[in-house]
Design a binder for this molecule. Sequence first.
Ligand code: AMP
Length: 399
Amino acid sequence: MKIMVLNAGSSSLKFKLFNKQDLSVLASGVIEKIGEPQSHARVEYIDGSGEELSEEVYQSMPDHRSAVRLMEKLFREKEILGHVNELAGIGHRVVHGGESFHEPVLINDEILHAIKELVPLAPLHNPANITGIEAAMERTPDIPQVAVFDTAFHQSIPEHAYLYALPYHLYEEQKVRRYGFHGTSHSYVSKMAAEYLNLPYNELKFISLHLGNGASAAAIDRGRCVDTSMGLTPLEGLVMGTRSGDLDPAILFYLARETGMDIQELDNLLNKESGLKGICGNNDMRSIGRMADTGDSHAQLAIEIFCYRIKKYVGAYLAALSGADCLIFTGGIGENDIRVREKCLAGLDTLGVALDSQKNSNRKDGIMEIQKEGGSCKILVVPTDEEFEIASQTLKLLR
Ligand code: AMP
């Protein structure tokens, strides 16, 4: 039997197929530009003889339903999945679970309705996730479908950390509070780190830094997340590819008054035109690194601002946790960018977070340990695998 993981974005569908026995990957792929004249699908898979193969398809796919049909067709043709009945379950990534969902759930009509009710809290993400769920439920009505929420891991955050200092009725009536995102990733890498250190997860204090195009920090205190940098939406906290992260909210009133920008324009400004892109015109850290190396002062500044914000959060979470046993870097930037890791921990030796530059410069697959000899806080680079975590949570629920 097999477990499928689906991650539906507004115009994309990522999928990964796992062997239920050992959660080894049998196939993975992505269908992009759904709804555009020319969609693109790519699947990588292991054939019967163990050889790694891939296939690309360019064709029009008007919606997620046709994307799911194409995925099924590719699976059948390549003999990756003979029949949908070979699926023990499908795990879906759902970005926002509000306060209703603390853990993965089996999806039925009532649950789907509850996820739809959360759309106002995540208007960009939940509708896409729902489209993926509905398309899969339509094609495989007899297969159990599980929703795994990005927000669920953060539901253990205490009231004093999740409430904003706004009139309390806005929490009661509008559910305005910190929810946090990237929960699946923070949960996965912190558990992997405990396993690597061969220490009990429930006895360790972690600071987890997920640094990708979206970026967030989490403070995890002996098995429970106690704070995270993203808020009601994924806009708050660290500087990101195109999102500003923290800023003075009064900037919005000021810009509205002075420039006449409306809500939509301000939303677009903060979510799509700010962050690294806003400072240096590029949101890809690899390119920004190259620009900085050739002397581009805006690229250099973007890296400084990005790292300084991270350093401030590390300091804040060291205080919140009264010291940490382990700091984790993950995400595309966290796993690969030597300079960023060095800069955001520079000068923290006196707080017990001491990076070893030599070890930090090494590159290797899997987990890397990069703290100085004798440093009280372990510093690990842990590759994230959100799909694996969704598959394993799906399997756990089905069992
Ligand atoms: P993610 O959202 O986790 O896929 O991460 C995307 C970000 O990771 C982009 O800013 C990429 O430029 C960055 N990234 C990926 N690989 C590298 C690398 N080898 N060095 C520096 N940044 C990288």
